[in-house]
Design a protein around this ligand. Structure first.
Ligand code: TPP
Ligand code: MG
Length: 360
């Protein structure tokens, strides 16, 4: 700018993490990270998510699922989210938050049903107020501010967590959602899973913004960037943002830096557009490896515990796959059940006819 000017506004984006790639502590960890049960529960859920993920890819490859988006390498993000939320908060996920969903009681077979194209996978048995998986990019952020404004109107002490990918933050829905969250001081936390890729578009081509967290500033809310491969940083950041939200102090955007170690989905082949060197570099930052090293340093873990855990979790995943495989098709007449609050008279006969023909 050539005019004489003064600076009228100035902003900072903080970055933090507790654990480095070697599982070493870089700064004093929060109290929960010294509690063996809590740390092991975080590790357990990250490992369950990874084993589930591997199995789901195998099911797709053998024709049992439609398309499946893997969450390989991003387990700390969703597990940290799930671990920080209160039971009566609401989760509006996109499609890589299995860790948060499992933590909150979503059954593994429900996720499998969803990706098998069965609507029963969106009807969670245990957490009926959480939103289902959302594939239309960024629309879930608008659902989230809708829920958050309902909480505010009802004067309920509850908060909403929504997640979005790095690419998703380029969409208008995201900007509209953070804008209204700022303007109305809504109890909502936006988590950006910055896995560095939006299908084949790299982060650097997605936007010229230096960080994605700084998008929050234009909406008048705080933006933090954290290491999304450090589950302690994830849980801690979410807890702080949720407590802020519940105190009526408004929304937060948390950009979690991670890496999509797998293909975009099972319909993609990432080797066509990214180098194996890049993948190898990022595998060293693995969130599960990092936590395991921390636990070993702290004498919370050993090889026997690891082997026993993997055996238990592998069985849990197999049992879920079994339930998924045995559920049977939905009854055809159920297609009438969820469209109208009360089924119009004109359809009653059709419903009955269908039921007689093949429903039973
Ligand atoms: C509204 C809309 N446009 C396009 C798509 C197709 N699509 C699916 S995933 C994706 C990229 C998303 O990238 P990002 O937000 O970084 O999330 P990631 O998949 O990397 O976790 C696109 C464009 C879609 N699902 N919805
Ligand atoms: Mg992405």
């Amino acid at each position: 700018m050539s005019h004489k000017s003064t600076i009228v506004a100035h902003f900072d984006i903080p970055y933090f993490r507790y654990l480095n790639e070697q599982g070493e502590v870089e700064q004093e960890v929060p109290a929960f990270a010294k509690d063996q049960n809590t740390v092991q529960a975080l590790y357990r859920m990250m490992m369950l998510t990874r084993l589930f993920d591997k199995k789901a890819v195998a099911l797709q490859r053998t024709g049992k699922l439609g398309t499946y988006p893997s969450t390989l390498g991003q387990e700390a993000i969703s597990v940290g989210m799930g671990a920080a939320m209160a039971k009566d908060d609401v989760l509006c996920p996109y499609y890589r938050e299995y860790g948060a969903q499992f933590w909150r009681g979503v059954n593994m077979e429900e996720i499998l049903l969803y990706w098998g194209g069965d609507e029963r996978g969106s009807d969670f048995a245990n957490n009926t107020e959480d939103f289902p998986i959302c594939v239309p990019i960024a629309s879930q952020t608008l659902h989230a501010v809708g829920v958050a404004s309902a909480f505010k109107l009802r004067k309920q002490n509850r908060a909403v967590v929504t997640a979005i990918g790095d690419g998703g933050t380029s969409r208008g829905d995201f900007y509209e959602a953070i804008n209204v969250a700022g303007a109305w001081e809504l109890p909502v936390v936006f988590v950006i899973n910055n896995n560095q890729w939006a299908i084949s578009v790299p982060r650097a081509e997605q936007t010229k913004a230096q960080t994605l967290a700084q998008k929050a500033i234009a909406a008048g809310i705080e933006g933090w960037q954290i290491d999304g491969n450090d589950v302690f940083a994830m849980k801690d950041a979410l807890e702080q943002a949720l407590s802020k939200a519940r105190q009526g102090k408004g929304a937060t955007v948390i950009e979690a830096l991670s890496y999509r170690m797998g293909d975009h989905t099972t319909a993609d082949d990432a080797s066509r557009y990214r180098s194996s060197d890049e993948l190898k570099e990022n595998e060293k930052k693995d969130p599960i490896l990092r936590l395991r090293l921390y636990m070993e340093h702290a004498n919370m873990w050993d090889q026997n515990k690891e082997a026993a855990l993997i055996e238990t979790l592998t069985n849990e995943v197999s049992e879920a796959v079994e339930r998924f495989s045995n559920i049977g098709p939905p009854k055809p007449e159920t297609m009438f059940d969820y469209l109208y609050a009360k089924l119009p008279k004109a359809y009653e006969a059709q419903r009955e006819a269908l039921k007689k023909e093949g429903g039973a």
